[in-house]
Design a protein around this ligand. Structure first.
Ligand SMILES: NC(=O)c1ccc[n+]([C@@H]2O[C@H](COP(=O)([O-])OP(=O)(O)OC[C@H]3O[C@@H](n4cnc5c(N)ncnc54)[C@H](OP(=O)(O)O)[C@@H]3O)[C@@H](O)[C@H]2O)c1
Length: 248
């Protein structure tokens, strides 16, 4: 009983820390001005679940895509408007080289090193932001997750009290630092926080905004729909400099 109580207190304290450490958004702009769509985009995390969707959908929409990947053989896509840049987000030189000539960045960076402190998301994203500044690339749309900053608790009870405290506390802590680096930058940024993701089809409708998610049950969305929403943010200022939750 004492153990259970101790664990519940730990989960609540972690949730509070993730709330305080992550980004807290102001209200989104109510009358966004239409903006020109960038032509050339760099996709970070292009071999991942969301990343693959981003690459396929961006090519379908007519973008000139550069896929930033550690292992080009994992991508498995060829297209006249697709260029592959081999690199690692932790290696600034490779990020900087890939940034040349880009107009915007879409990041679906993630990893599976859950059990132990890690700085891949925060350190890697800092390198991306630094290379953007160096090459005057202004816009970044970055995927993080519901459950941090002003969305703490919104992954539902199961994630708040089981998955986040037991499986991914370090990962989520790194995400809070990732969000803060983005929010501190002078760039045009949009943080997209999905609920639990599926590999299903793009099906919509997508709920989006600061109050997406639920404190009791888990909300979901497909990676395909997340990618669709992220690409929309390249040419919309509605959520500029805010963190927006997305779910079905
Ligand atoms: N799973 C969920 O339900 C869920 C819910 C909400 C948010 N999210 C978040 O959404 C994001 C994307 O998730 P996902 O499942 O679609 O992605 P994923 O399949 O985990 O893919 C992550 C991508 O990041 C790349 N990457 C990792 N370390 C890298 C490095 N050092 N340099 C360059 N690239 C690197 C991976 O490359 P390799 O292929 O070479 O490994 C891969 O392309 C993650 O941050 C995740 O935490 C997930």
């Amino acid at each position: 009983m004492k153990l259970l109580l101790f664990f519940a207190l730990y989960a609540i304290a972690l949730s509070a820390a993730l709330a305080l450490a992550g980004h807290r958004s102001r209200n989104p702009s109510s009358a966004p001005a239409p903006r020109r769509r960038p032509a050339r985009i760099l996709i970070v995390g292009a071999t991942g679940g969301t990343g693959r969707q981003l690459v396929a959908q961006a090519l379908g929409l007519g973008y000139e895509v550069t896929a930033f990947v550690r292992d080009p053989s994992k991508l498995g896509v060829e297209h006249p408007r697709l260029r592959v840049a081999k690199g690692d987000v932790l290696d600034y030189g490779s990020v900087e080289a890939a940034m040349r000539g880009q107009e915007a960045v879409v990041s679906a960076l993630g990893h599976k090193r859950y059990f132990g402190p890690s700085r891949i998301l925060s350190e890697g994203t800092r390198n991306v932001l630094r290379a953007m500044e160096a090459h005057n690339v202004r816009r970044i749309v970055c995927e993080t997750s519901l459950g941090i900053g002003d969305s703490a608790g919104r992954m539902g009870l199961y994630y708040t009290f089981m998955v986040i405290p037991i499986v991914v506390p370090f990962y989520f802590w790194d995400k809070t630092r990732q969000e803060r680096s983005i929010a501190r930058s002078n760039l045009e940024w949009v943080i997209v926080r999905p609920g639990v993701m599926t590999n299903g089809e793009k099906r919509g409708p997508i709920r989006h905004g600061r109050h997406v998610g639920n404190f009791l049950w888990t909300v979901r969305i497909s990676r395909a729909d997340v990618a669709d929403f992220m690409l929309e943010q390249l040419s919309s200022d509605t959520y500029l400099r805010t963190a927006v939750g997305v779910s079905w």
